[in-house]
Design a binder for this molecule. Structure first.
Ligand SMILES: NC(=O)c1ccc[n+]([C@@H]2O[C@H](COP(=O)([O-])OP(=O)(O)OC[C@H]3O[C@@H](n4cnc5c(N)ncnc54)[C@H](OP(=O)(O)O)[C@@H]3O)[C@@H](O)[C@H]2O)c1
Length: 285
């Protein structure tokens, strides 16, 4: 049997000593799921990091794709996310076990609270987040989640969690692309030892027609997608583009053989217009 290639992909150290691959494959429900594309990413492109969530509705299919790839589970980084409907201490524990069983895995490398807003009647968001986080701390202690983190959390959500709980999240996964650069949040995460992970690195495709991005792409003889992914990675951000097309997955992986000059990094850094293509958590108390 031929061994699947491994993408020569740097890793980023988490505060608990684990190393998360800086490049991963997104699998959100937007645009659907493709078994063949996931298999191709794993076996032909050497991708070893997959980002998913219960909310995306593909846990079982993804677990099957991983097994079909023949890649040992221990060689992969799998991130999953807890949906707010499952927040609260007991519900969170059950949901994590259910997700493991859906995927046929014994553990997740990283398990995130998907969104800072809670839906528990009679409890504040802050109380529910803290209750839920305590469950994640225990899942981490028990080894079901090698690392735990949050997603879409702003500084005040993280500050409250720090006051209420013991483990500082290992990761915060947040929208990040040239149009959306939450630099203060990134700086806060850096100071607190929280790895910053960026989602929607292509702004769901919106950034790919930007004339500045296209001009830089032309200069490096790369595609606009590769420029955006490279820019994110070169900023030290864990980056998880999604595609269900094999050719694009291969294209998106080819971001390690070149470097953007400082001036081009700065030009891309000036494109922030505050736009969100996913969710805007600023309204969440
Ligand atoms: N934590 C959260 O709240 C949260 C929120 C959003 C996303 N995420 C995670 O982040 C991942 C990535 O974000 P995203 O899926 O929202 O957006 P994205 O990766 O910025 O963009 C995906 C879109 O771009 C297209 N695309 C991908 N590569 C391309 C290329 N090389 N050339 C042209 N078009 C290309 C895809 O279409 P095709 O599939 O047709 O190629 C898809 O429509 C998600 O899948 C999910 O895992 C997390």
């Amino acid at each position: 049997m031929l061994l699947a290639p491994t993408l020569s992909c740097p890793t980023v150290p988490l505060s608990n000593g684990l190393q998360i691959p800086i490049f991963g494959l997104g699998t959100s429900h937007d645009g659907g799921y493709s078994h063949d594309a996931v298999l191709y990413a794993l076996t032909e492109c050497g991708v070893r990091h997959i980002d998913t969530a219960k909310h995306y509705g593909c846990e079982e299919k993804l677990g099957n794709a991983v097994r079909e790839s023949g890649i040992p589970r221990s060689d992969l980084w799998v991130t999953n996310k807890l949906w707010p409907g499952d927040y609260g201490y007991n519900a969170a524990k059950k949901a994590c076990l259910d997700s493991c069983s859906q995927m046929g895995f014994e553990y997740f490398d990283l398990y995130l609270m998907h969104w800072p807003e809670a839906t528990q009647p009679g409890c504040s968001n802050r109380e529910t987040r803290a209750d839920t986080w305590r469950a994640l701390e225990e899942l981490h202690e028990e080894g079901l989640c090698s690392a735990i983190g949050v997603s879409n959390f702003l500084v005040h959500h993280l500050e409250e969690l720090k006051e209420d709980c013991s483990v500082v999240p290992h990761v915060n996964q947040v929208e990040y692309h040239p149009f959306q650069q939450p630099n203060q949040l990134m700086e806060y995460c850096r100071q607190e030892g929280i790895v910053f992970e960026g989602y929607s690195p292509l702004a769901k495709g919106q950034v790919l027609n930007n004339p500045t991005v296209l001009q830089i792409a032309q200069k490096y003889r790369r595609t606009a997608a590769q420029i955006c992914i490279r820019w994110s990675i070169q900023n030290g951000v864990v980056t998880i583009p999604k595609s269900i097309k094999k050719k694009r997955i291969q294209e998106n992986c080819q971001v390690f053989g070149f470097q953007l000059e400082e001036s081009d990094m700065a030009t891309l850094g000036s494109l922030d217009d505050g736009r969100h293509v996913a969710w805007d958590p600023t309204i969440v108390e």
